[in-house]
Design a protein around this ligand. Structure first.
Ligand SMILES: NC(=O)C1=CN([C@@H]2O[C@H](COP(=O)(O)OP(=O)(O)OC[C@H]3O[C@@H](n4cnc5c(N)ncnc54)[C@H](O)[C@@H]3O)[C@@H](O)[C@H]2O)C=CC1
Ligand SMILES: O=C(O)C(=O)COP(=O)(O)O
Length: 387
């Protein structure tokens, strides 16, 4: 039996993926796993019983990844599961920034009691006129799940698309339209593009990537779209650029006091992934990842531990060991198991950065005594009997 806690509301369609062996708990001390969306976990103390955390979404900046790894807690996310939801918002954002649709709708509302609203509209509409996105240059910074979809869609909409991502995955590169211009220096995006959209994760290396200096390089009247994270942009510098008209519009999905009432901003309350489809996709993927980890010890889509798969656990015994990526660990595991007369039938060891993971199949069921001995080895962070 397993228990899970939800720190945010998680789609029922996803939670229905848990079998009768799972129950929901409100008590973190009883939970084996946590499901979360954007709730910040940085101030939380995670008890030893937590085995895994699944972020039903892409961004993991709300989770202390390193601390979790150190505690042997595997953190998952759900790559691509909400990408289409965000892509559609970005396209909507470009259109809203190009034509004053919001202003026009507000104007009609104000004139709701005016019998001549139709006639008046024909006179007034010029104040809401704008431009088309077809033929304009769009710069996409970050060509992952979302950026690639935005870039391809913009090509279909007749835009000239510039793409920048020095760490692009081979999988994503295969999916990109050949019409997208590969940009090797991000400054070329700043200098050339009419619209610039950000699709990178918030990391130390990306924080503030849109700075006063990068804004200075941009074309006059550029539109900046930020559906990634607010801290990617020096928003104080941006407000100045919006005041002067250097930046025509800032479309952001992250409401905060700096941008909420600022001139020429279109701010949405973090709605990118808030569609029924994205919420279901993310929850289904998150539940699947948790189940495979808890029931079989397999890791797919972890952001702090390596991927590892030994299939469904149909053997007599299986042990999962989360440990530091240092020398001599496997021989110590083998010594403990051999000393207890336990024969290893299969094993996998994988590493990611400073952390590693070992799955060991045994010809006899694992015992608590063995687990305690393995736990004593220096560098071992967590040991679990899968079977
Ligand atoms: N507004 C919303 O509701 C949502 C926001 N997001 C945000 O969007 C971000 C991206 O999401 P996905 O596309 O699903 O992630 P992803 O992991 O598929 O793509 C991120 C891409 O950024 C690239 N990258 C990393 N550092 C870079 C740099 N310095 N310059 C250029 N490219 C760089 C990576 O190589 C990767 O291809 C998330 O990390 C999250 O912060 C994601 C989903 C929903
Ligand atoms: O997946 C992401 O990174 C998001 O920003 C979506 O956040 P949410 O699940 O809507 O709270």
């Amino acid at each position: 039996m397993f228990q899970y806690q939800c720190l945010n509301p998680i789609s029922k369609v996803g939670l229905d993926g848990f079998t009768n062996d799972y129950t929901k708990t409100e008590e973190i001390e009883k939970a084996d796993a946590i499901l979360v969306r954007s709730a910040s976990m940085h101030e939380m103390k995670l008890p030893e019983n937590i085995q895994a955390i699944a972020r039903a979404g892409a961004g993991v900046n709300n989770i202390p990844l390193q601390d979790c790894a150190e505690q042997g807690i595997v953190v998952f996310n759900t790559p691509g599961a909400n990408a289409n939801g965000v892509k559609e918002m970005v396209i909507a954002g470009m259109l809203l920034a190009s034509r004053d649709i919001v202003g026009g709708v507000e104007w009609v509302k104000q004139e709701k009691d005016n019998e001549n609203v139709g006639k008046l509209a024909e006179k007034q509409k010029k104040q809401f006129a704008g431009c088309e996105i077809k033929g304009k240059k769009l710069g996409v910074i970050g060509l992952g799940a979302i950026g690639a979809m935005v870039a391809n869609t913009a090509i279909y909409l007749g835009m000239e698309v510039y793409g920048y991502d020095p760490y692009i995955s081979v999988d994503t590169a295969w999916k990109l339209s050949r019409e997208i211009k590969h940009i090797a220096n991000v400054e070329d995006i700043f200098k050339e593009c009419d619209y610039i959209t950000l699709h990178v994760p918030l990391l130390d290396s990306t924080k503030g990537m849109i700075s006063k200096d990068s804004i200075a390089m941009m074309k006059d009247g550029v539109v900046l779209l930020n559906f990634s994270r607010d801290l990617l942009v020096d928003e104080t510098a941006l407000i100045d650029a919006l005041e002067t008209g250097k930046v025509k519009k800032y479309v952001t999905d992250f409401a905060n006091p700096t941008v909420a009432g600022a001139k020429n901003t279109l701010v949405t309350p973090h709605l990118g992934a808030s569609t029924a489809e994205s919420e279901d996709n993310c929850a289904c993927m998150a539940v699947k990842e948790l189940r495979d980890y808890l029931e079989n010890g397999n890791i797919h889509n972890s952001v702090n531990y390596p991927n590892c798969d030994m299939g469904i656990c149909g053997v007599a015994g299986r042990i999962a060991i989360n440990h530091k990526n240092v020398v001599n660990m496997i021989s110590q595991f083998a010594t403990v198991l051999g000393g207890a007369g336990m024969n290893i039938s299969d094993m996998t060891n994988k590493s990611k950065g400073d952390y590693a993971y070992t799955l060991i199949d045994l010809e006899t069921p694992a015992t608590q005594e063995i687990i305690d001995k393995l736990d004593e080895i220096e560098g071992v962070l967590k040991v679990r009997i899968i079977k």
